[in-house]
Ligand binder design. Structure first.
Ligand code: UDP
Length: 255
């Protein structure tokens, strides 16, 4: 088998060189990490679930005209994407107080926010992804003012659409993190949604029971993470034969 050139390895994903110039292969691993990698475990099947959930959400967003990097799914763990220049920001959209916002402002988890709030963090694990303002972003040249306007507008559209999509399946979209990149085509550039949208990067609460169906299950040892993600996939109408629990790969079957 021909080995592929690894372009980048993150905590939960690997990017490989794609089959054609301008493309990459995004591979979803089973690694679950939290608290800036201080907690780290393998969760069987997580990569398969996130690949499918993220594919589903990117396809739905594509249908309402959100430009994004997704081309097509290749297999259980991989998708073909357009190569983009990642803008070094984590864009967080919040509808309900939770996590670091609750801690920072002393708001009880679950308090509805007066309106959706968009925050920016500088993507740097060593610094713990510090929150930054538009002033920092433009002063350090991470994005220009028109690019920030575009990112804000896209983020709010994505939030409105995803809130509705999740409410329809009995899930409250509490908050989520997205990333954007610059896609260059000839002498044109446009801002596109990149990375992933999955229960790793969203807070998803069951509307009736308030049960957490996201990475907080892992962060706070609330149960089986893959079961929570499977429930999200099931409600989204994603049916597939997940890799059997505990399987390390193909097994030789003696006849
Ligand atoms: N988030 C993420 N990656 C990060 C930081 C946050 O995907 O590096 C997501 C997180 O899952 C949640 C939202 O962004 O859905 C807001 O996270 P928060 O700032 O509350 O930080 P956390 O509580 O996750 O430390």
């Amino acid at each position: 088998m021909k080995s592929r050139r690894r372009i980048y390895e993150g905590k939960a994903k690997v990017l490989y060189e794609g089959p054609e110039p301008g493309t990459l292969v995004q591979h979803f691993k089973d690694d679950a990490t939290a608290f800036n990698n201080k907690k780290h475990e393998q969760v069987d099947g997580k990569g398969v679930l996130n690949n499918r959930i993220s594919e589903h959400l990117f396809l739905r967003l594509n249908e309402i005209g959100i430009p994004n990097h997704f081309i097509r799914r290749l297999n259980m763990r991989e998708q073909l994407i357009r190569e983009v220049e990642i803008i070094p920001l984590e864009v967080i959209v919040r509808n309900i107080a939770a996590g670091s916002l609750s801690a920072r402002l002393g708001l009880d988890e679950g308090t509805p926010l007066p309106r959706s709030i968009v925050e920016f963090c500088f993507k740097d694990d060593k610094l713990g992804d510090p929150m930054v303002s538009e002033e920092h972003i433009t002063a350090f040249g991470w994005a220009s003012p028109p690019e920030i306007d575009e990112i804000m507008a896209l983020s709010l559209r994505i939030n409105d659409f995803l809130c509705g999509l999740f409410v329809g399946i009995g899930i409250r979209l509490v908050d989520f993190k997205i990333e954007f990149g610059r896609h260059f085509e000839n002498d044109m550039m446009r801002i596109v949604l990149a990375d992933e949208i999955s229960p790793d990067s969203c807070r998803l609460w069951d509307i009736k029971t308030e049960a957490k169906l996201d990475k907080d299950v892992f962060r706070h040892d609330l149960g089986d993470l893959a079961d929570a993600y499977r429930e999200v996939a099931r409600r989204l109408g994603i049916f597939f034969d997940a890799e059997p629990k505990g399987s390390a790969g193909p097994k030789l079957v003696k006849t």
